[in-house]
Design a protein around this ligand. Structure first.
Ligand SMILES: Nc1nc2c(ncn2[C@@H]2O[C@H](COP(=O)(O)OP(=O)(O)OP(=O)(O)O)[C@@H](O)[C@H]2O)c(=O)[nH]1
Ligand SMILES: [Mg+2]
Length: 495
C-alpha cells in the first residue's frame, strides 16, 4: 500500500444548488482533521469553548474529538463549525465559533474505503456557499485541496482498482445514456480487466515456456513448446481482434452520433430539428435565412446519444452575420458522422446550387430528405430522387410528419444500432484501450511471423513480451507514471 503523507479534500458533488452536497476528505489525518470542525452536540461544544475563551485561549482550539471517538463505518449527525475572528463594538478583536451547517459525517477507515485510506465524508446542504465554507474549514484544519481525479488515483495506487476500472469510474460519471452506463458499469465490475489479464497471463506463460527452451535447448521450439506457444498466440490474436472490432460500437455507445442538418434556406432544417427534439427548439418561419447560428440539441435514438445540429441555410449572401453562419454550417458538415441534407421539393433550388451542394456531400455519411411532399409536385419529387440517386433518400413532410419513422429506421440501420444490444461480449469504449489492443496485436503478429520464419527464440519472445506489456498498460500492471498522471488529470476534482 502506498503511503501518501498528506490528506486531501474536495467538494465531490457537482456545482449548483442541491439537497445534499458532499465534501470528501482522504488521508491519514482525515479523522483528526474532521475532529477540528465537527461536533455532535452544539451546546456541549459551546460550553467547552466558553471555558476555553474565558481561561484566556491557550494552546489548540477546543475539540470534542467526536470523529475519532466514532465507530468505524458509522454515520453521525452533527454540526460543522469554524473559529472566526471578530471585533466587538469597543474594537476588541476576539474569536468566536461559527456553525456553518448541520450535516451527517461518515467515517471509513483504511483500507476499507474508496481510496484505501482513512476517509471522512461530510454530507451537508448542497449550496455553493455552504460547501465552499466547509471546504475552507477543512483546508484550514490541515488538508490540502485535491487535484482532479486524485481520490481515484490514490485508489488505483493503493490497489483498490486497476486502471481500466478507474477509467470506468469516469465513464460512469459522464454517462448520458442507458447504454453508456451499462458499458461503463461492466468495465468497473472488471469484465474487461479479467479478459485482458487472462490473455496477458497466457502470453506470460508462453514466455516462460520459451525461456525454458532457451535455457534447455533439448526442448526445441518446433517440439511441444513451439506448437503450444503458437496456439496461445493464435488464441490471443483471435480474442484481441474481436475486442478491437467492438470499438466502433463502443465509441457510438460512449460518444454518440454527431448529426448535422444542412440544406438551402427554407428547406425545412429547423422544422426537422423540432420534430427530432420533440419541441420548438428552433425558430421556424417562411423567411429564407431564419437560422443563422448553430443550434444544438441532445436526443436519444435507441439509447444512443445523438447531438443534432441545426445550421444556417447554404447560400451566397452579403449579410455579414448570415455569412458567418453559412461558414459555420460548412465547418460542421465536415466534422459530422451523419449529415441530413434537406432538399425542398416544393420550391426546387437552382440546378447549379444543387450541383455545388452535391459536390461536397459524401454519400456514405449523408441521408437526403426530399421534404414538403405534402405540397410538392410528383415531377419535382422524381427530379430530386433522380438527382440524389447515389444517396439514401427519404420522402418526408415536416408538416404531417410523414416519413419520420422511416428516417429513424434508416439511422438505426446505418449505425447497426440493433446489433449493439444483443451482445454480451466486452466492448472497448476507450480510445486508449483500443490503441493498446491494436499495438498488442501488432507485436503478436510480428512474433507469429518470426516463429513461422524460424527466427531465433529471443526475437519471438521479445514481441510476445511487448504484447503483454501493452495489455498490462490497459489494466495498469505495466504503465508509466506519466500515463497514470495524464489519465487522472482528465478526471474532475472531487472524484
Ligand atoms: N408544407 C410544408 N411546409 C414546410 C415543411 N417543412 C417546412 N415547411 C415550412 O417551410 C418554411 C421554412 O421552414 P424552416 O424549418 O424554418 O426551414 P429552414 O431550412 O430551417 O430555413 P432557414 O433557417 O431559413 O435556413 C416554414 O414556413 C415551414 O413551416 C413541410 O414538410 N411541408
Ligand atoms: Mg432554420
Amino acid at each position: 500500500m502506498n503511503n501518501f503523507s498528506d490528506t486531501i479534500a474536495a467538494i465531490s458533488t457537482a456545482p449548483g444548488s442541491s439537497g445534499v452536497g458532499i465534501i470528501r476528505i482522504s488521508g491519514e489525518d482525515a479523522f483528526t482533521i474532521s475532529d477540528k470542525l465537527f461536533c455532535r452536540n452544539k451546546e456541549a461544544f459551546l460550553h467547552i469553548c466558553d471555558k476555553y475563551f474565558s481561561d484566556g485561549e491557550s494552546g489548540d482550539f477546543p475539540s470534542m474529538n467526536d470523529v475519532s471517538s466514532m465507530n468505524n463505518h458509522e454515520i453521525r449527525h452533527g454540526y460543522i463549525y469554524d473559529f472566526v475572528k471578530n471585533t466587538d463594538e469597543k474594537g476588541k478583536v476576539g474569536v468566536s465559533v461559527d456553525f456553518i451547517d448541520e450535516c451527517l459525517l461518515s467515517k471509513m477507515p483504511a483500507p476499507y474505503s474508496y481510496t484505501g485510506e482513512n476517509v471522512a465524508e461530510i454530507n451537508c446542504h448542497g449550496s455553493f456557499a455552504v460547501l465552499s465554507r466547509v471546504l475552507s474549514a477543512v483546508i484550514k484544519s490541515g488538508a490540502r485541496p485535491a487535484e482532479p481525479g486524485e481520490f481515484t488515483k490514490r485508489a488505483f495506487l493503493n490497489g483498490k482498482l486497476d486502471l481500466a476500472k478507474a477509467e470506468a469510474v469516469m465513464d460512469i460519471i459522464n454517462s448520458k445514456t442507458e447504454q453508456s452506463r451499462r458499458a461503463a458499469v461492466s468495465q468497473l465490475e472488471g469484465r474487461l480487466s479479467k479478459q485482458i489479464e487472462g490473455i496477458r497471463s497466457s502470453l506470460i506463460g508462453c514466455l516462460s515456456e520459451i525461456d525454458v527452451s532457451i535455457d534447455y535447448p533439448e526442448y526445441e521450439m518446433d517440439g511441444i513448446t513451439g506448437d503450444h506457444s503458437m496456439q496461445i498466440m493464435i488464441d490471443a490474436e483471435k480474442s484481441l481482434k474481436r475486442l478491437s472490432e467492438t470499438y466502433y460500437r463502443g465509441r457510438l455507445i460512449k460518444e454518440g452520433i454527431n448529426l448535422v442538418l444542412s440544406g438551402c434556406p427554407n428547406a425545412g432544417k429547423s422544422s426537422l430539428m423540432n420534430v427530432l427534439s420533440g419541441y420548438n427548439r428552433a425558430i421556424v418561419t417562411d423567411i429564407p435565412g431564419t437560422t443563422r447560428d448553430v443550434i444544438e440539441e441532445f436526443i436519444q435514438i435507441d439509447g444512443i446519444s445523438v447531438t443534432v445540429t441545426d445550421t444556417a441555410g447554404l447560400r451566397d449572401t452579403d449579410d455579414i452575420v448570415e455569412k458567418i453562419g453559412v461558414d459555420k454550417a460548412i465547418d460542421r458538415i465536415s466534422d459530422a458522422e451523419l449529415v441530413i441534407y434537406i432538399a425542398d421539393a416544393d420550391s426546387l433550388a437552382e440546378k447549379s446550387v444543387l450541383d455545388e451542394h452535391i459536390s461536397f456531400l459524401d454519400s456514405g455519411r449523408t441521408i437526403v430528405i426530399i421534404n414538403k411532399v405534402d405540397v410538392a409536385s410528383k415531377e419535382n419529387i422524381d427530379f430530386l430522387k433522380e438527382f440524389f440517386k447515389d444517396f439514401c433518400t427519404v420522402e418526408m413532410s415536416m408538416k404531417t410528419e410523414k416519413g419520420v419513422e422511416n428516417l429513424y429506421q434508416i439511422i438505426k440501420d446505418k449505425f447497426s444500432l440493433g446489433e449493439i444490444y444483443n451482445n454480451s461480449e466486452n466492448i472497448l469504449t476507450n480510445e486508449r484501450h483500443k490503441a493498446l489492443v491494436d499495438s498488442a496485436l501488432n507485436h503478436l503478429d510480428k512474433a507469429k511471423e518470426s516463429y513461422e520464419k524460424n527466427m531465433p527464440l529471443d526475437c519471438i519472445s521479445y514481441d510476445i513480451w511487448l504484447c503483454a506489456e501493452k495489455l498490462g498498460e490497459i489494466t495498469g500492471k505495466s504503465v508509466s507514471e506519466d500515463v497514470v498522471n495524464d489519465i487522472f488529470s482528465r478526471f474532475c476534482v472531487g472524484k
